[in-house]
Structure formats: structure tokens, C-alpha cells
Design a binder for this molecule. Structure first.
Ligand SMILES: Cc1cc2nc3c(=O)[nH]c(=O)nc-3n(C[C@H](O)[C@H](O)[C@H](O)COP(=O)(O)OP(=O)(O)OC[C@H]3O[C@@H](n4cnc5c(N)ncnc54)[C@H](O)[C@@H]3O)c2cc1C
Length: 300
């Protein structure tokens, strides 16, 4: 099966999620894999529509039957558009798969993880995004052995690209890893009253542990934390070794993004907070008292 894996890279290397997408693709029988990092093709016009146009051109002109990517914010924006341009079928956020004879069955959570749907894709080309935490990433060295698609030969038609034009990018620089890639995630919720408190306590603990800082949607909606820190149904899905939930109630939409973390630690003043029902370790306490003590202990 001719398969194209859409990869993403950070400043230095291919992202962990893309290594999981390759792992999924490699698990399929007779998959012939190429990779394509669209951001490498042209950095100057990075609208979702133009990226989708490049993918569609690659699929149509090189006859790929399957396109795989990690279920990231980027893929949500771009891969479904490409599927639409190609008239293909799509399953997003796949967490497991198996075969029934020749038929590929794909499991994907729905309704904030309340149910898991099993779907098959009938029309070709097929587009699949996989939840990175559900597939162990391949070794980075494997990427060197895969063919990176030569896009020079592609004839990309931008005439159908809608009228969103690239102007500029204002990005938030952070010294911390992304929540989807860190082994330890420290997340803060509505208990934190300001950006300064969040940075000092949640950020301070994350730094002390060498982890990422995450947030509930309550803080994003309040303008206290930026959108890219949000964990949950409409944020990022994480499954780190340790997830520390500080002053987060544990709404179902938040749990949908972190309940598969290996060890969950929660601090909350309310002993009946739902977060304690998924926590491996729980502490009933005030984050403004507990967290400074933890940071002081780490800085010891
Ligand atoms: C369609 C939809 C999608 C959504 N997607 C997401 C999503 O992706 N991610 C997400 O997080 N939410 C999401 N939500 C919102 C979600 O329903 C909750 O409103 C949100 O998660 C609550 O955030 P929170 O736990 O920080 O706040 P709250 O629910 O207000 O909880 C705050 C907690 O902090 C505790 N607390 C207060 N003060 C202290 C203190 N000093 N020390 C310790 N504990 C303290 C309280 O006891 C309470 O348990 C979504 C909602 C909808 C409808």
C-alpha cells in the first residue's frame, strides 16, 4: 500500500508525534512509506489551505492510497482539508487498530472519550491521524531510512486555495517542552488567580521537575494561560509518565485529555473533587501553600 506520512518538525528534529505516526504506518502490512514535511517545502506561506494543497498534489500525482499523520493541532487544521481536496475518507485521533480479514478496523474515542467508535474507511485515498500517546514512537534513526518525498516534481495548484493570505506570525517563545512531548506535565486550573501566580507556581514546579506546564480551559478562557497549554477534549491529549493537576476539578472534558497518564497526582482543596477519582495520589490542600513548599524542596 503506497503510504505517505505527514511529519512535523520543531527547530531541530522531527517531532515525537510524527515518530508515532510512522510506527502506526509501519505496523500495516506491505506499507511502502514515504514522508513529507510540508513546512520544509515552503516556509513563507504557511496557511492551512496551501499546506493542504501540497499534500493533495502529492497524493493525486504520486497515487498514495493512505496518508497518515499524528493527531496534532497542525493535523486538525491541515489533514482534513487535504482529505476533502482529494475526495478521500478520513478517521481522526485513532487510538488502536486491528484487522478483520483484509479490513482495517480503527478505534477512535468520541464524546470526550465516553465512547469508542470502531470505523472502517472505504474510499481511497484514506487519511488517518493517530493519537501519538497510543503508539510507541519509532527510533529517530528509522526516519533516515525512509524516502522523503521529492516535492520539486509536484505541480501544486494554488488557484483553488481560498483567500487567506499569510501576513505575519506572533508566536510565544517558551523554554519548556510541549505538553504532548514531556514525560512530566504540571497543569494548573482555576485555583490560580493570575498569570503571575501560574508562572511562579505551576511554571516553577514544572521547571523544578524538568517538565511542561499545562492548563485547564478555565484558565485559557480567563486569559491567564495561552491556548497552546490547554489539556483536554478541545485542547491537547497527553499521556505523560506523571501528570500533576493543581487546582483542577476534573471535569470530563479535562479528563479526556489526561486520564491515560501513567501516574496522576492531584492537589485540591475539595476532597470530593472528581479529579481524585482518577488520581493515583491525592492531596487535599491549598495550592498556594503546597506548591511553594514543593518548589522549595526541589530547589533544596
Ligand atoms: C465542549 C466543551 C469542551 C471543553 N474542553 C475542555 C478542555 O479541553 N479542557 C478543559 O480543561 N476543560 C474543557 N472544558 C471545560 C470543562 O468543562 C471545565 O469547565 C474546566 O475543565 C474547569 O476547569 P478547572 O478544573 O480549572 O476549574 P473548576 O472546575 O472551577 O475547578 C477548580 C478547582 O480548583 C479547586 N480549588 C480552588 N481553589 C483552590 C486552591 N487554592 N487550592 C487547591 N484547589 C483549589 C476547586 O476545589 C475546584 O475543584 C470544555 C467544556 C465544554 C463544554
Amino acid at each position: 500500500m503506497k503510504t505517505l506520512v505527514i511529519t512535523e518538525s520543531d527547530e531541530s528534529d522531527i517531532r515525537l508525534g510524527s515518530l508515532s505516526a510512522i510506527a502506526f504506518a509501519q505496523s500495516l502490512p506491505e506499507a511502502q512509506l514515504d514522508t513529507l514535511c510540508v513546512a520544509d517545502v515552503f516556509g513563507e506561506n504557511p496557511t492551512a489551505d496551501s499546506h493542504a494543497a501540497v499534500i493533495a498534489a502529492a497524493v493525486n500525482q504520486k497515487s498514495y492510497e493512505l496518508v497518515v499523520a499524528a493527531a496534532t493541532t497542525y493535523a486538525k487544521d491541515v489533514v482534513a482539508r487535504a482529505a476533502g481536496l482529494c475526495g478521500g475518507s478520513m478517521a481522526s485521533d485513532v487510538i488502536s487498530h486491528r484487522f478483520d480479514g483484509d479490513q482495517l478496523l480503527l478505534d477512535r474515542p468520541m464524546f470526550a472519550g465516553a465512547v469508542t467508535a470502531t470505523v472502517t474507511l472505504s474510499s481511497i485515498p484514506r487519511f488517518i491521524t493517530v493519537r501519538a500517546s497510543a503508539y510507541n514512537p519509532v527510533e529517530r534513526s528509522i526516519v533516515d531510512n525512509l524516502n522523503s518525498l521529492d516535492t520539486e516534481s509536484l505541480d501544486v495548484d494554488y488557484s483553488d486555495v481560498p483567500c487567506a493570505h499569510w501576513k505575519s506570525l506572533a508566536s510565544r517563545a517558551s523554554h519548556r517542552p510541549d505538553v504532548t512531548e514531556a514525560k512530566i506535565v504540571v497543569s494548573g486550573g482555576r485555583a490560580f488567580k493570575s498569570t503571575e501566580d501560574f508562572e511562579r507556581l505551576v511554571g516553577g514546579l514544572a521547571d523544578g521537575l524538568g517538565g511542561a506546564a499545562g492548563s485547564s480551559r478555565a484558565l485559557v478562557d480567563a486569559g491567564i494561560t495561552p491556548n497552546d497549554l490547554q489539556v483536554g477534549q478541545t485542547g491537547k491529549i497527553v499521556a505523560p509518565d506523571i501528570y500533576i493537576a493543581l487546582g483542577i476539578s476534573g471535569a470530563v472534558q479535562h479528563l479526556a485529555g489526561m486520564k491515560n497518564s501513567k501516574t496522576i497526582i492531584a492537589v485540591n482543596t475539595d476532597p470530593d473533587a472528581p479529579i481524585f477519582s482518577v488520581a493515583d495520589f491525592g492531596l487535599v490542600g491549598d495550592v498556594y501553600e503546597v506548591v511553594p513548599q514543593l518548589i522549595a524542596e526541589l530547589n533544596g
